[in-house]
Design a protein around this ligand. Structure first.
Ligand SMILES: *[C@@H]1O[C@H](CO)[C@@H](O)[C@H](O)[C@H]1NC(C)=O
Length: 160
């Protein structure tokens, strides 16, 4: 009898735990390891030179050109590539858009993360690199698997 009651208590406890998990899902990084694509990436058409903001510190193998810290992107070089996957791999690697020296049309680049299903997003955290940042960018969302996108949040470095 005592054994059966203990079992019932255990079952009840288990059900309560399951119930609690449903009511308060944990926060986790939705983007982590998801399918991600970019319309263009630095170094995806061969080596490209890019320079960081004036005042940046040079890492081990970077060059200083006219006072600017510069390096190359090269998609075929393990140490110099910056593919979109690097933006969601939860490491210190990064995705990098092409430098404008490739052409002014690259002042517009789309980076798209396919979350694969609908989610309730608690907050959006985007970390930018130590480089000139986009003056204006739009976070858009799609609820029809990428057929259409709607602006979700606008980001601007000036109030205009
Ligand atoms: C980026 O995506 C938008 C749709 O939200 C589209 O209108 C625009 O042409 C795309 N830009 C590039 C460079 O592919």
């Amino acid at each position: 009898m005592a054994g059966a009651s203990a079992l019932a208590t255990l079952l009840l406890l288990h059900l309560c735990l399951v119930h609690t998990e449903v009511l308060t899902p944990r926060y986790f990084n939705l983007a982590s390891k998801k399918k991600i694509t970019a319309t263009a990436t630095c170094g995806d058409e061969g080596q490209e030179l890019y320079c960081k903001l004036v005042g940046a510190n040079a890492d081990h193998d970077e060059h200083v050109i006219q006072g600017q810290v510069c390096d190359i992107c090269d998609a075929t070089n393990e140490a110099k590539k910056h593919p979109p996957e690097y933006a969601v791999d939860s490491s210190e690697t990064w995705w990098q858009s092409p430098p404008l020296s490739r052409g002014m049309k690259y002042n517009e680049v789309n980076l798209t993360i396919d979350l694969g299903q609908e989610f309730h997003v608690a907050y959006v955290f985007v970390k930018m690199g130590n480089s000139p940042r986009p003056g204006l960018w739009v976070l858009e969302k799609s609820t029809d698997y990428g057929k259409t996108f709607k602006p979700w949040q606008y980001f601007s470095d000036s109030p205009q």
